[in-house]
Write a protein that binds this ligand. Sequence first.
Ligand SMILES: NC(=O)C1=CN([C@@H]2O[C@H](COP(=O)(O)OP(=O)(O)OC[C@H]3O[C@@H](n4cnc5c(N)ncnc54)[C@H](O)[C@@H]3O)[C@@H](O)[C@H]2O)C=CC1
Ligand SMILES: Cc1ncc(C(=O)O)c(C(=O)O)c1O
Length: 309
Amino acid sequence: MIKRAALIGLGTMGPGIAARLSRSGLDVTAYDVSPAAVEPARGMLDLAGGVLDRLDIKAPGTGAGSVRFVETIAEAVDGAELVIENVPENIDIKAQTYRDIDPLIGPSVIVASDTSGIPITKLQAHISHPERMVGMHWSNPPHIIPMIEVIGGEKTAPETVAVIRDLIRSIGLLPVVVKKDVPGFVENRVLYALLREAVDLVERGVIEPEDLDTCVSWGIGYKIAVIGPMALLDMAGLDIYKSVSSFLNADLSNRDDVAPMVLENTAASKFGIKSGEGMFSYTPEQIKALQGERARKLVAVRRILEGRE
Ligand SMILES: NC(=O)C1=CN([C@@H]2O[C@H](COP(=O)(O)OP(=O)(O)OC[C@H]3O[C@@H](n4cnc5c(N)ncnc54)[C@H](O)[C@@H]3O)[C@@H](O)[C@H]2O)C=CC1
Ligand SMILES: Cc1ncc(C(=O)O)c(C(=O)O)c1O
């Protein structure tokens, strides 16, 4: 079983993944190309530790598992059996990172990418042992969401997929093996189908953004946490789905470009909470409160869904 992991990239995702792996007894080295990313990452690591306490996720033994911040990529991968790449969702940046890692690791080291949806087959073209490369797609916030997609590319060895699946299972998380290396894998294909329709409805003035969120969170979202889409079809009845989808599917958004509303916002540097404005506006105090509230509610819901209260 893997005991030493390296995390490359410590932005939104890296610190939570480091926290979750170390809590399960792995020794983690953490590296970011930007020294400015390290202090926020330490803060996120501490916050994630507190959330893991509230989830009652205990270390396997006293002192088991650690996170060590290092200053070079060579130090990060030295001795690692698993390297998890968490650099931005840009194939050139990811490819350069694999080229940097390649001469520093042995052929048995597994390189996993947390890509949101770039096919693994494309990524593994940039590494000399593609059979050891795999997709390991965590969901945000990664220390709280227990499901992780595992994706093999055309050249990934089945054993590599099995090792990562077993690692995820052994630390009490939920691996889902995606059988075909399709863009976006499964979670983001479903999420982006929902987001495309949601953005379109707001953009066309069908609904206000706040009301869209109430509708989806308290309608579909609340329900879907308890009963997944396939089981939901059976609950609703396939006859109903057949009737509604026979006229509704043709009316749903099928735009294949990025919606103008999103282009306008991003062009104006409105990225959401990271810039203080996006679909909504946020003060720094509101952002802190929202993040705390998100963690508290996700922990509470997870405890209930797991039958722990
Ligand atoms: N943000 C999200 O909700 C999720 C993101 N992902 C995926 O995870 C990956 C990382 O995403 P985020 O954490 O959101 O990105 P981010 O932009 O917040 O963080 C990326 C970090 O990588 C660092 N970095 C850039 N080049 C590097 C290099 N060559 N070596 C080391 N560090 C480098 C940056 O300084 C930055 O701190 C992306 O592929 C993304 O699609 C996956 C699940 C959810
Ligand atoms: C908007 C968005 N895009 C990608 C992801 C991901 O899973 O890669 C997420 C997420 O919540 O994890 C997301 O919200």
